[in-house]
Design a protein around this ligand. Structure first.
Ligand code: BGC
Length: 756
């Protein structure tokens, strides 16, 4: 039996034991073979190392960096790499071999319960950011776990539901970011999802785990199950799953041994899985113990958070606020300013090393008089007040009146509101602010025309119902432990906002492309919008949105010159565009390139993000921004051939500041791949005639038949354009029924000649 050199030879029982955990967070040690246990832990936005044996859901203090909803909005791969490096240092300090992240499923619906843990509705943005996160982490000898592979874009029925997705959509959207990270960063582990994909559990999906992941993408690492995702250990190992977590999984181990014994499982498959676990252990042995500077990491968390905040609205240049000389009075309203919402619930919830709140940070940042009013009750404050349903944001007439009076008496009102209770395990049911928060905004905005709303939320919130009277809005997501300071940095202009939306904010939930098919029923969710996920769908239907994908304001303005595009030596594209900071403040612009192919023979979204660059541009300066697009990113999935194909033609590269603020377009001619779809008896007459070889073979055959004096009526029909409209859609094989003289033998000869 083949055995990987350099890894210990184990008995079948040892192999079975090695391929399941010994407890929640450790692999099984095999002392006789010199294989120690290694520690894996959540992840992804901080190290959540379980504090005590009984307490699965808390962790020792570690830096709580911003969750992916925020890092996705930075559109900055360098920041993600630095965050990965910092996380690795914390893992080294805590003896963690593998950090369970990043989560890179697409935000298919704004209701997705784990949208706060995912980057974007776009696979290119997701893939580029996650690749750098993984590179940063692994550059310091700590392994990543790319999750949840695949199509885990909802929490409803997540352990059973079948995500029913057509193959082109799977390949181009839901698998695309995984493919990018696997091929470019080789994460040490990939975590399979709980759900089924087209009827087959991810953990038992040989097509997914073996054919695609290892066969097509040349993945070299290990596949670990999501916690509790394996129902049938034998089927999982046969499909290509290596490590089942958590453990101990004694009965599963016995199943494996028995299946090898009675021939149901190829012993080589179990050995391969065990070899991969051994290889992971060997790889992690390189890791040196480390230490980290908690203060420096807090500062990094603050920098990332500041770069994640999206300035949605800033009428009349209300922001930034002047740090002032004491002349101003600022009303800080809303409990979230004092008690921040900074991460979501579930397996990623962690214990921060410290926690900044916006109220303290604002007070420290200004000489103005800062006064606070909580405005509403939260779960905790309501419980203290004895409110019956303390988990809901509760309106409180006295608090509301107090907040309104404070707003009236102040120069500026900052209103902190947001969503509640977002957690792994359940999806949201709406995208609305809690009623008490909305009421607060409306009353404060009416009382003070200089009102700034600061949002804290993991999934997008509808803004249109309440934003009319509000001049300025900061989208503050969930920003991690330093978010409070980061908000103050942006409010006072120490950070010029450069965050951009990684997902569309719709006018209302029912506009969303996923709306009619989320979250499915009776164990199935149909991905009915197909390729038209997120902005692709809004654009295809020419729908108005509240704020488009890629959008975000700055305290300065940027002007774009004419873009140019060329084909590179390796047949990708290079787009160049001069961008000028036309204001008087330094800033960062996120330059975005969207491609379209007018006249394409394939169904396509009107435009798709293919490249972006996050560039610092000093006031008054112009920078020539250069953006590369790999040829692989030009390809679509050709279902008839089962492979990626670049369609030739004139590609329009639209460059701008958001998906709906495109300032300049360059057109570039791309030579397509050779991709002939073979003709079959089922190909229509029109398809035969559209294919040069098919047309030649067909016309020659009918011409020869008519020279015999036996003119088949079809030849006359083909010459008549009106009749062709009528018969063009007939499969050639059916033409025999219409007196074409096409015998089965003749058809076979035509097929052979056409496809030769
Ligand atoms: C989650 C994973 C997590 C694992 C371990 C699962 O419930 O889906 O994201 O890494 O638990 O906590």
């Amino acid at each position: 039996m083949a055995h990987t050199p350099g890894v210990p030879a184990l008995s079948v029982a040892e192999q079975a034991a090695l391929t399941s955990g010994s407890d929640f967070w450790h692999t099984t040690p095999i002392e006789s073979a010199g294989l120690p246990a290694i520690t894996v832990t959540d992840g992804p936005h901080g190290v959540r190392l379980q504090a005590s044996h009984d307490d699965v859901l808390t962790g020792q203090p570690a830096t709580c960096f911003p969750p992916a909803v925020a890092t996705g909005s930075t559109w900055d791969p360098d920041l993600l790499r630095r965050m990965g490096e910092a996380l690795a240092d914390e893992c080294r300090a805590m003896d963690v071999a593998v950090l369970l992240g990043p989560g890179i499923n697409l935000k298919r619906s704004p209701l997705g319960g784990r949208d706060f843990e995912y980057f974007s509705e776009d696979p290119v943005l997701t893939g580029i950011l996650a690749t750098e996160w993984v590179r940063g982490l692994q550059s310091r000898d700590v392994g990543a776990s790319l999750k949840h592979f695949a199509v885990n874009s909802q929490e409803t029925d997540r352990m059973r539901v079948s995500a029913d997705v057509d193959e082109r959509t799977l390949r181009e959207l839901y698998l695309r970011a995984f493919q990018r990270v696997v091929t470019q960063a080789q994460p040490w582990t990939v975590m399979c999802a709980y759900n089924k994909i087209n009827g087959v559990y991810a953990s038992q999906n040989r097509w997914l785990l073996t054919e695609v992941l290892r066969g097509e993408w040349a993945y070299e690492g290990l596949v670990v199950s999501d916690w509790g995702a394996v129902g049938d250990r034998v089927a999982a190992v046969a499909a290509g799953l290596d490590l089942t977590m958590p453990g101990p999984a004694d009965s599963g181990d016995h199943d494996l041994v028995a299946a090898v014994g009675d021939g149901r499982l190829d012993p080589e498959l179990l050995q391969t899985a065990a070899d991969r676990v051994s290889a992971l252990i060997a790889r992690s042995a390189v890791r040196q113990p480390g230490d980290y500077d908690a203060e420096a990491h807090h500062e990094l968390a603050r920098e990332i958070a500041g770069r994640a905040i999206v300035l949605l609205k800033n009428d009349g240049g209300l922001l930034p606020l002047a740090a002032g000389d004491g002349a101003q009075s600022i009303a800080v309203i809303g409990e979230f300013a004092r008690t921040p919402r900074y991460q979501g619930g579930g397996s990623s919830l962690m214990t921060p090393t410290r926690l900044d709140d916006a109220l303290t940070a604002i007070t420290a940042a200004t000489q103005a008089t800062v006064s606070f009013s909580p405005g509403y009750l939260t779960g905790e404050t309501a419980a203290e007040e004895g409110v019956a349903k303390p988990d809901e944001a509760a309106e409180d007439a006295d608090l509301l009146a107090e907040a309104v009076a404070l707003a009236q008496a102040s120069d500026v009102a900052l209103v902190f509101v947001g969503s509640l209770g977002e957690t792994e395990g359940s999806d949201r049911t709406d995208i609305d602010l809690p009623a008490a928060h909305r009421e607060l905004i409306e009353r404060i905005a009416a009382a003070n025309p200089r009102t700034v709303v600061v949002l804290s939320n993991g999934g997008v919130l509808a803004t249109r119902p309440w934003e009319a009277g509000v001049p300025a809005i900061l989208e503050g997501w969930l920003l991690g432990q330093a978010g409070g300071s980061a908000i103050a940095d942006v409010l006072f202009g120490d950070v010029n906002p450069s965050g951009r939306l990684a997902e569309t904010i719709p006018l209302k939930l029912s506009d969303h492309p996923s709306y009619l098919d989320f979250p499915g029923e009776h164990g199935h969710v149909r991905y009915g919008e197909g390729l038209y996920v997120g902005y692709r769908g809004f654009d295809a239907r020419e729908q108005e949105v509240a704020y488009p994908f890629g959008f975000g304001l700055s305290y300065t303005t940027f002007e774009y010159g004419q873009a140019t595009a060329t084909v590179t030596a390796d047949l990708g594209l290079e787009v160049r565009v001069p961008v000028t900071n036309a204001g008087d403040r330094d800033g960062r612009e996120v330059v975005q390139v969207y491609l379209s192919l007018p006249g394409s023979a394939q169904q396509r979204a009107p435009r798709e993000l293919k490249a972006f660059a996050n560039v610092a541009i000093a006031a008054g300066q112009t920078v020539e921004v250069v953006l590369g697009i790999d040829r692989a990113d030009l390809a679509y999935w050709e279902t008839r051939l089962g492979r990626w194909v670049v369609e030739g033609g004139d590609y329009h590269c639209a460059v701008g500041a958001s998906s709906r603020d495109l300032r300049t377009t360059a057109v570039v001619t791309v030579t397509g791949d050779h991709a002939r779809v073979p003709l079959t008896a089922d190909s229509t007459v029109a398809e035969w005639l559209a294919d040069p070889r098919g047309a030649k073979v067909l016309t020659e055959a009918f011409a020869a038949a008519s020279a015999d004096g036996d003119t088949p009526p079809i030849l006359g029909m083909m010459a008549d354009p009106n009749l062709m409209e009528f018969i063009g859609s007939f499969p050639l094989g059916r033409m025999a029924a219409f007196g074409s003289g096409l015998t089965p033998d003749a058809l076979q000869r035509l097929l052979a000649a056409a496809n030769d």
